[in-house]
Design a protein around this ligand. Structure first.
Ligand code: 6CS
Length: 283
């Protein structure tokens, strides 16, 4: 797992990592005090623009970390440091204390809501598929992939799109775990998978950067819901999650929230039109 600083230097990171690892577990209400003393919060991210991104110099950006950095600053936590993780490893890492919060576009679903303490909604998006130009297999839904016995679809390990494909009836051996966006793009370009599925804004970002006329985006994937993420906290840190929500609500009200996420293509109105309670009870 690679750890990226935003403002803390690499040396600082080594100290930080030691501090974070050795600081004794703290009760729910002193977690914020611990982070203030520590000087940073440890984020889990995926490096999937525009949700999360790590530049060549290690600087962390993307809509989710940018919102988290601003909220934590308002809570008196000076900075954030981020580690890249596979979606399927984020919740176990949070539960093991390797991260303080997941800010990666980890969509709210009942099974995840049971495992973590989500903030109120931050980033909402539909699902998409990247396919060869002309969509030769005529995919519109995950069910279409299931029906075509020769078709394969790539998706992040432990991610929502992997689950959607499996639940739509695509057999396990035709759902290919893909580690990151660039690999998924290349696998479609090389014909090694017939489709690669991520949320719409992630696929659009890949498509724009690839600038490849032989590719096409199918969006939204028919039958797939619009999901929203929230910042995901360890279940013992509900006081920290509640403090996060207070600042997030102020930023939503003041317009600061929209100013951060909308340049990335996300809709503040979409996040403000729903609640964690609704999203966690969705069927
Ligand atoms: O929450 C998830 O599982 C999905 N979220 C994003 C932002 N990308 C892919 C991932 O599968």
């Amino acid at each position: 797992m690679k750890r990226f600083a935003t403002w803390a230097g690499v040396a600082g990171l080594a100290v930080a990592a030691t501090l974070a690892a050795t600081t004794p577990g703290s009760a729910d209400d002193s977690k914020l005090e611990q982070l203030k003393e520590q000087g940073f919060a440890r984020l889990a991210i995926a490096n999937e623009p525009p949700y999360t991104a790590v530049a060549a110099d290690g600087k962390v950006s993307g809509a989710a970390p940018d919102v988290a950095r601003e909220v934590f600053k308002r809570l008196g936590v000076a900075d954030v440091v981020a580690s890249i993780s596979e979606y399927g490893a984020m919740i176990p890492g949070l539960q093991a204390g390797r991260f303080d919060v997941v800010t990666a576009g980890l969509f709210m679903k009942p099974e995840r809501c049971a495992a973590v303490a989500y903030s109120e909604p931050v980033l909402c998006d539909a699902e998409a598929m990247l396919v060869k130009k002309g969509n030769p297999k005529g995919f519109k839904s995950y069910e279409d992939v299931a029906k075509d016995t020769s078709a394969t679809i790539g998706a992040p390990g432990g991610g929502t799109e992997e689950k959607l494909a499996l639940n739509a009836g695509v057999p396990r051996d035709r759902v290919i775990v893909v580690p990151d966006g660039q690999s998924g793009l290349k696998m479609v370009q090389d014909g090694r998978i017939d489709a690669y599925s991520l949320p719409v804004l992630s696929i659009n970002d890949l498509m724009k950067k690839a600038n490849d006329p032989n590719l096409e985006v199918i969006a939204p994937v028919q039958g797939a819901p619009v999901y929203c993420d929230g910042a995901a906290f360890n279940k013992k840190d509900t006081a920290l999650r509640d403090a996060f929500n207070v600042e997030l609500a102020k930023m939503k009200k003041s317009g600061e929230f929209a100013k951060i996420i909308e340049p990335y293509g996300f809709s503040a109105a979409a996040a403000m039109s729903t609640t964690t309670e609704k999203l966690c009870s969705a069927k």
